[in-house]
Design a protein around this ligand. Structure first.
Ligand SMILES: [Zn+2]
Length: 341
């Protein structure tokens, strides 16, 4: 990738030393001159925990500002992780898109950008692009594994799941699936992204580094269940990679799901959404999954959506209204390809 040869300085600075032992809580200081603050900056928290020799794991949350399991689980980690008990290094950025988290919006209110479409970023670009570039060039090269905690946000709801991608490198695929099993979410989606361009996922995988993500619930809030999965998963990843000598937490067996061709159901009409299935429901080919009603044609039959094949609802549009072109739901299928042994 040409980006790694980019020698332009970042305009982002930090007081933390990624090589130093012990624990440091600091910030990424992102210059942001604006009406309310001529010489202002954005202070996005970053923590580094370094103990003995071992791998480096990066945890990120709030790549989208309306997804809260990541920030809550990672702030818990920042309060409780003891570097003396650690074999390796943990870097935590609890709000990768800090301005978006503060606003409670998916995209940054500063530049309207989607952090998870901004990679590899630009050191001379907007705030979101500067953050992406800093992570790409100064943090990702330090890492052996990146765990990026997402949830459905305000517009989507997922069957709580770890998310990995199908990788060409079979050995990396097996190692990634093993890490996902250790994470311990009840489900793991082996996802074919609709559009992987600009994602942190893509940036990390292009470096040959392991990438684990999640889609935990949604609706723009958390549940006790999704928070427990996130907290346990963070702990379990550290145990899995030998950074912590501790037992795994949580229920254990993960069901692997994949998204074959046609799994993403796209709305062809806009209107009032009536879902007839929920995440976790099984459907057979031909089952009605949704109706979309048009208030301007009140006596007309609603548009009817049926399942193209057998599967499990892994995701649904969570808002009461849907626009033409929105993803209505995802119908995944179970696979035993990644089960242990
Ligand atoms: Zn997200």
């Amino acid at each position: 990738m040409t980006k790694r040869q980019d020698t332009r300085p970042s305009r982002i600075s930090t007081e933390v030393d990624f090589a130093a032992k012990g624990v440091q809580h600091g910030h990424l200081t992102i210059p942001h001159s604006r009406n309310a603050s001529a010489w202002g900056s954005i202070l996005s928290p970053v923590s580094v925990f370094k103990g003995g020799e071992g791998p480096t794991v990066l945890f990120t949350g709030a790549s989208h500002g309306d997804e809260y399991e990541g920030p809550i689980a990672l702030m818990h980690l920042m309060r409780t992780l003891d570097p003396a008990a650690l074999n390796g290094r943990v870097i935590v950025i609890p709000a990768l898109n800090y301005p978006a988290l503060k606003a409670g919006t998916r995209l940054s209110p500063v530049d309207g950008k989607n952090m998870n479409r901004a990679f590899p970023g630009d050191p001379d670009g907007t705030v979101t692009e500067m953050i992406a570039d800093y992570v790409q060039r100064f943090i990702l090269p330090l890492c052996d594994c990146v765990v990026d905690i997402h949830a459905g946000g305000r517009m989507m709801r997922f069957l709580p799941a770890c998310v990995i991608h199908r990788l060409a490198d079979r050995q990396m695929m097996a190692r990634t699936a093993a890490a996902a099993r250790a994470f311990g979410a009840p489900n793991c989606l082996v996802l074919e992204e609709l559009d992987a361009h600009g994602m942190l996922d893509t940036a990390v995988e292009a470096m040959g580094t392991m990438f684990i993500s999640t889609e935990l619930g949604g609706g723009g809030t958390t549940t006790p269940e999704t928070l427990e999965i996130a907290r346990n998963g963070v702990h379990n990843i550290l145990v899995h990679f030998g950074l912590l000598d501790a037992p795994l937490k949580g229920p254990g067996k993960t069901r692997f799901l994949e998204t074959p061709e046609g799994a993403f159901i796209i709305a062809r009409e806009g209107g009032i959404l009536e879902m007839t299935v929920e995440p976790g429901h099984e459907v057979a080919a031909g089952d009605v999954i949704a109706r979309i009603h048009d208030i301007d044609a009140p006596a007309a039959a609603p548009a009817r959506y049926t399942a193209p094949s057998h599967g499990l609802i892994a995701h649904r549009h969570d808002a009461g209204q849907i626009a033409r072109g929105d993803c209505l739901c995802v119908i995944a299928t179970e696979t035993d390809e990644f089960d242990d042994g």
